[in-house]
Design a protein around this ligand. Structure first.
Ligand SMILES: Nc1ncnc2c1ncn2[C@@H]1O[C@H](COP(=O)(O)OP(=O)(O)OP(=O)(O)O)[C@@H](O)[C@H]1O
Length: 352
């Protein structure tokens, strides 16, 4: 069932003065066939770097990426080309990834010819069918990218990814640049395609509201490391890392309002000089001396399919999300205080 496994992935960027910025700092992931793994975290936490490593658009410094048990890092020639067919990508900005001077017909036909999947006539026929699959008309095949809306362009990018029959699509913030009303349509399309083709998706996003709707599994990244991972159901109902809780608290709650970026008090640590202890300690309302003094604890199992990297994962109080609280703007501390107060009220109610 496992399609993709990443083990101990590292990627550092050299900085002047011999220092380095550890963008991805020891990440493990598992994704099963036909499922969606969401990678979430704030801007700069390393999500896109991780996506590029999985796609081999960039090489990991260390670690393994296994697709059906084969390490992608060793692949060359025909084997690498086949991997590039099996693992496709959809980026945030389809306008950037579609050639503005290339007709949609050519954008869809070219990958099929490149991978020698069929002849041109058949590729043209398939291009028409792909347009229909993503909710566009084959009559639009001779248009250029600028003649489509943002949402339509993202549908085309998805059609292009599908054209070569992938098993996995890495989607890097695929709906973040779209209007909220269009976001849901594109997410629904991805889910339909996944259902029909048994596609696996890595869905990179800062938007927990979107992730909640489509992920089977979620990995929460902070400062280059996974701090919590589990099924979406468990993670949203019973988050055990204070960072996940803070992200959930800071995320907009409704599907109607604008999706602000998760606003958390304070800043993530400088990835070129992370603190010696837990990287979240400086922003964490539950932090104690051990969090600053001991190295960041590794991910450990706290229930079947649920892991968290926090000394106090089990000791945290039940998580209560206050729907009444205004989204996004409230500082982290106030939010933590608000859900603590709600918990206390709930406890008092239980005792009564
Ligand atoms: N090519 C690069 N050279 C140097 N530093 C880089 C490079 N690419 C990314 N970084 C740095 O690595 C860290 C992780 O960046 P990355 O883009 O992976 O994060 P992200 O979570 O995807 O953020 P965003 O959502 O803003 O894209 C950041 O500190 C970023 O500045």
């Amino acid at each position: 069932m496992t399609l993709l496994r990443a083990e101990n992935l590292h990627r550092a960027y050299p900085l002047p003065g011999g220092r380095s910025l550890r963008a991805v700092d020891g990440i493990d992931l598992t994704l099963r066939r036909g499922e969606t793994l969401a990678i979430v975290g704030e801007s700069g936490c390393g999500k896109s770097t991780l996506g590029r490593l999985l796609l081999r658009l960039e090489e990991a410094d260390e670690g393994r990426i296994l697709l059906d048990g084969t390490d992608l890092r060793g692949l060359r020639g025909a084997a690498l080309r086949d991997m590039r067919r099996r693992v496709q990508v959809v980026f945030q900005d389809p306008y950037g990834s579609l050639n503005p001077r290339e007709r949609i017909r050519d954008a869809l036909v070219r990958p099929m010819l490149l991978h020698r999947l069929c002849d041109r006539a058949e590729a043209e026929r398939r291009a028409g069918a792909l347009m229909e699959r993503v909710g566009l008309s084959p009559a639009q095949l001779d248009r250029l990218p600028h003649q489509f809306s943002g949402g339509q362009r993202q549908r085309i990018a998805i059609a292009r990814a599908l054209s070569v029959g992938p098993e996995l699509i890495v989607c890097d913030e695929p709906v973040s640049a779209l209007d909220v009303s269009v976001q849901a349509q594109v997410v629904n399309l991805l889910q339909d395609l996944q259902h029909e083709d048994g596609l696996a998706l890595v869905f990179i996003s800062h938007d927990l509201a979107v992730v909640r709707h489509l992920a089977h599994h979620v990995a929460v990244i902070y400062a280059g490391r996974v701090v919590e991972a589990g099924t979406a159901e468990t993670l949203f109902a019973d988050p055990r890392h204070p960072y996940t809780r803070a992200l959930l608290e800071a995320a907009p709650r409704t599907d109607t309002g604008p999706r602000a970026h998760a606003a958390l008090a304070g800043e993530p640590p400088n990835p070129a000089a992370p603190p010696p202890g837990c990287r979240f300690a400086a922003r964490c309302p539950a932090a104690q001396a051990v969090c600053r003094e001991e190295p960041q604890p590794p991910l450990r199992e706290i229930a079947a399919t649920h892991r968290a990297a926090c000394h106090f994962a089990e000791a945290l109080p039940p998580f209560i999300l206050l729907d009444a609280a205004p989204p996004a703007a409230t500082p982290l501390a106030a939010r933590i205080g608000a859900y603590r107060a709600a918990r206390n009220r709930a406890d008092a109610g239980d005792a009564a």
